[in-house]
Design a binder for this molecule. Structure first.
Ligand SMILES: [Fe+2]
Ligand SMILES: [Fe+2]
Length: 189
């Protein structure tokens, strides 16, 4: 009678991977994902606002980024640990955005094509493409913060803003990690 039973909706893998990924060096462990909140579809935040960052075939969405890094890490042995590590974090980003879009009443099942992605003809070029994509992703998240901050505040806007803050913190770390690799690759021996 003292046992606390988990609800059927509790996703233990989500909890596990959130903790795991957030404690890898590829994620900003000082900034956390917000705890579950009462995200509502009628609170003023439109799910469509998140589609470009989620899965769109724009070269910088979370799904495109996962595909990009997995491909680049297979192409270039010297990038394999860095890019696979970052790609795992991007998968958590994709997962969080999918849940949020669903909670906002949107459609997580969306089309995507990676046909136009550029991977880079050298490891250095691959990393430059990755950095540019991360910076574009950050600008997209910052624009979402501006848009959502302008709405009347409520639990949904608060959750979205905290989610965006975490996404930006991780992407900024990715830029720093990638720039660090580039500096090492370009420095004379
Ligand atoms: Fe990401
Ligand atoms: Fe990233």
């Amino acid at each position: 009678m003292f046992a606390l039973m988990r609800t059927r909706s509790t996703n233990l893998i989500d909890d596990l991977t959130t903790g795991l990924v957030n404690n890898m060096r590829f994620s900003d462990r000082t900034v956390l994902w917000p705890p579950d909140a009462d995200v509502r579809s009628d609170a003023g935040v439109r799910p469509e606002w998140f589609y470009p960052s989620f899965k769109d075939a724009n070269g910088t969405s979370e799904l495109d980024t996962i595909h990009l890094y997995i491909t680049q890490e297979a192409m270039y042995e010297e990038l394999s640990e860095l890019l696979l590590g970052i790609a795992l974090v991007e998968m958590k980003h994709l997962d969080k955005l999918a849940d949020l879009i669903s909670d906002l009443g949107g459609t997580p099942a969306r089309p995507n094509s990676t046909d136009k992605l550029k991977y880079g003809d050298t490891p250095t070029e691959a990393v430059r493409i990755a950095i540019s994509g991360e910076q574009t992703a950050i600008r997209g998240y910052e624009e979402l913060i501006d848009r959502i901050s302008a709405l009347p505040s409520n639990a949904t806007t608060g959750f979205c803003l905290s989610t965006l803050a975490k996404l930006i913190a991780d992407e900024q770390l990715h830029v720093a990690l990638l720039q660090g690799w580039l500096a090492g690759a370009e420095s004379p021996l």
